[in-house]
Design a protein around this ligand. Sequence first.
Ligand SMILES: Cc1cc2nc3c(=O)[nH]c(=O)nc-3n(C[C@H](O)[C@H](O)[C@H](O)COP(=O)(O)OP(=O)(O)OC[C@H]3O[C@@H](n4cnc5c(N)ncnc54)[C@H](O)[C@@H]3O)c2cc1C
Length: 391
Amino acid sequence: MEKDTIMIQNKTPRIAIIGGGPGGLTLARILQTRNIPATVFERENNPYERPQGGTLDLHPESGQLAVHMAGLDAQFKAIARYEDQEGRLLSKDGETLFSNDDQEEERPEVDRTALRTMLLESLAPGVVRWGHNLRSARQLDDGSYELLFENGLTETCDLVVGADGAWSRIRPLVSRTTPTYTGVTFIEFGLDDVDLQHPILARLVGHGSMFALADNKGLVAQRNGHAHIRVYAGMRIPEGWEATTGFDARNPQIARAWLLNQFADWGNNLLALIHECNNRFVVRQLYALPIGHRWDFRPGVTLLGDAAHLMSPFSGEGVNLAMLDAAKLAEAISEYSTLDEAVRAYEEPMFARSEIAARGANDGLAMAIAPDAPAGTLAFFREVMAAQTEQ
Ligand SMILES: Cc1cc2nc3c(=O)[nH]c(=O)nc-3n(C[C@H](O)[C@H](O)[C@H](O)COP(=O)(O)OP(=O)(O)OC[C@H]3O[C@@H](n4cnc5c(N)ncnc54)[C@H](O)[C@@H]3O)c2cc1C
């Protein structure tokens, strides 16, 4: 049978989702609410293999819309931190230049681990197959796809959705493009139990995000749940810099001293974030796909989230887009009579909205980690504030 003729109403399509991040799990959940089975293949061995990372704000028109379509409004309200929406911009001397303490904003924060747990708990047992690290996928003569996993197992499916993030192994089926380094690296570190152990820093960061930007560098600190502060020290630095600079994330003493040296002429209140942080340092080089990344329709395969449109976090849209992609793809699969029609209907608008967000991410990064920072970011924050006041 030709792929095009697989009627969704007459035959249960075999839908494989590669990757159990926010995008893949949201897709599985919304399909489940519409009685369309799907299987998520995730490379991690279990839900607790690693902490999922920092805090995210879900936007009403995208992330929160997807939560609503997933039927999880009440569960989301229980984990959302409406009280952590403040935003601050500081100079390198540690002076506050801009502050938005408006907790009425409708972009509540949520910890990644809490979001993932919420989605996992909403799925029927067996939907997520842990320990399935996709090695490769290929199309068979009948149009279906064969998936080969590192554990030696194989599966076949009618539609494979690459929700497997930045280094997607499904992406090569539709596109030859690979992510390139943005020129900016984040070194991540954290402070625990901040209200009791680091009260001055807890007040400095506030209940939300604090940006201190200057000289092609930045310290971005975010209040997370459980009284944790996560900090990203961002800097423009060539790819492969670790080998030549002596930085060693595994040696906290070296990592701390190296960072203090990079930010040596910054305010003491900001440097305290580096002095007082715990001993875990993680290097995150920021990569992106080109703005406007797209591909020609190919039957039986599509991408969502970072796999489709990886961008720097300076748009604040990454997880929101991933979840909206998932919602729109699930909607299309449930409304169109063939998988091919559904994928076509999903892809064009996804390309359009992700191009806008990717441009925003690119501009945001160029503005924030800049020689004349924080001038551009300050003007941007003021513009956003003025627009909100007018509404
Ligand atoms: C430092 C940093 C800060 C960020 N901050 C924000 C923010 O504040 N707000 C925001 O909206 N976005 C932010 N982002 C972006 C956001 O994290 C991503 O856009 C979002 O996680 C994308 O979701 P996803 O489901 O597409 O992919 P991912 O979250 O990357 O999930 C992919 C999943 O696929 C699995 N996987 C990968 N390869 C395979 C394989 N071969 N086989 C099986 N499974 C596989 C992974 O284990 C993972 O579970 C940030 C990103 C970074 C790097």
